[in-house]
Design a protein around this ligand. Structure first.
Ligand code: 13P
Ligand code: ZN
Length: 285
């Protein structure tokens, strides 16, 4: 092992940042990524940790099940497009204290800075997703994918309305997110309030749309979390193109509820019945 950048988790993390940039989801410093490291990954990275860790910083939120965990995080105000070029100045590894309420930097952000301003949201969502997935979830990813944001101006801001349009925009969407997608109304970014509202959605869903802002997703690994973001954005893109091309009218034909049930059965996934049974006269698909 010649350096921390040879640790697979760090390499995979950096690749995900670059892939999000490539798809146009990270203008300027938009978006952020956190990864809860395994003990083995922490051990691999430890030789490269600072001799003197940074100061403990209180988060204003607390999670019992994340005491002593280590996270890789993008830096606040840092551009994801620069992660590949200078990882040591744009990302960091933070350790959580034994009280579960503060972080300190043990590697990275060498030219100064702190973890993403959304760290309270990421942290609280890690706590929820770790609990509901019995420890499997490790990735929380926030991006500004344009078509998801565009849809938040058009659809009712509910999980039912969003999920049904997304499921009906591309045949295999209901296999990728059979539980549905939550929706958080517009809120000031970066604080405890948006963290709490997002957590409420993440109890049920592994993705939450932030109105007029972006999308928050979770997953057990980088591929799954990235794939979820990508699938939701692609479906939103198809929905936007279809609605625009059709002048905002009801479409001539669509994927029906029975079609979705048939896909669920064939692929062996449990679909969210509440969403499947939801009806509204406003539906255009
Ligand atoms: P950070 O630069 O602090 O990560 O903020 C970007 C962002 O997208 C906030 O929602
Ligand atoms: Zn954002």
């Amino acid at each position: 092992m010649s350096g921390i950048l040879d640790v697979k988790a760090v390499r995979d993390y950096m690749r995900m940042c670059a892939d999000g940039v490539g798809l146009g989801w990270h203008e300027r410093n938009g978006g952020n990524l956190t990864y809860r490291m395994t003990e083995e990954e922490v051990a691999q990275c430890r030789p490269f940790f600072r001799e003197e860790p940074g100061e403990w910083t209180a988060m204003g939120v607390w999670a019992d099940n994340l005491k002593g965990e280590y996270f890789i995080s993008t830096g606040s105000g840092k551009y994801l497009r620069n992660v590949e070029l200078e990882p040591q100045n744009n990302i960091c590894i933070v350790e959580i204290n034994q009280a579960g309420d503060s972080w300190r930097i043990v590697w990275g952000l060498e030219s100064g800075g702190k973890p993403t301003s959304e760290f309270p949201s990421h942290f609280m969502n890690h706590s929820v997703r770790k609990r509901v997935t019995e420890g499997k979830n490790r990735v929380i990813y926030h991006a500004h994918p344009p078509y998801v944001v565009a849809l938040t101006y058009l659809l009712p801001l509910t999980a039912e309305a969003f999920t049904r349009v997304l499921w009906k925009s591309e045949t295999e969407c209901c296999v990728v997110f059979p539980g549905g997608v939550g929706v958080v109304p517009w809120m000031v970014p970066g604080g405890a309030d948006i963290a709490e509202a997002t957590c409420a959605e993440m109890e049920k869903y592994d993705a939450a749309v932030w109105a007029f802002h972006g999308l928050f997703v979770s997953g057990p690994d980088f591929d799954t979390a990235f794939g979820l973001m990508h699938t939701i954005e692609k479906a939103a893109q198809i929905a936007c193109i279809t609605l625009s091309a059709n002048g905002g009218k009801k479409t001539r034909q669509c994927i029906t509820d029975d079609n979705i049930r048939a896909i669920g059965k064939e692929f062996g996934v449990t679909l969210n019945e509440e969403i499947l049974n939801y009806r509204s006269d406003e539906e255009l698909f």
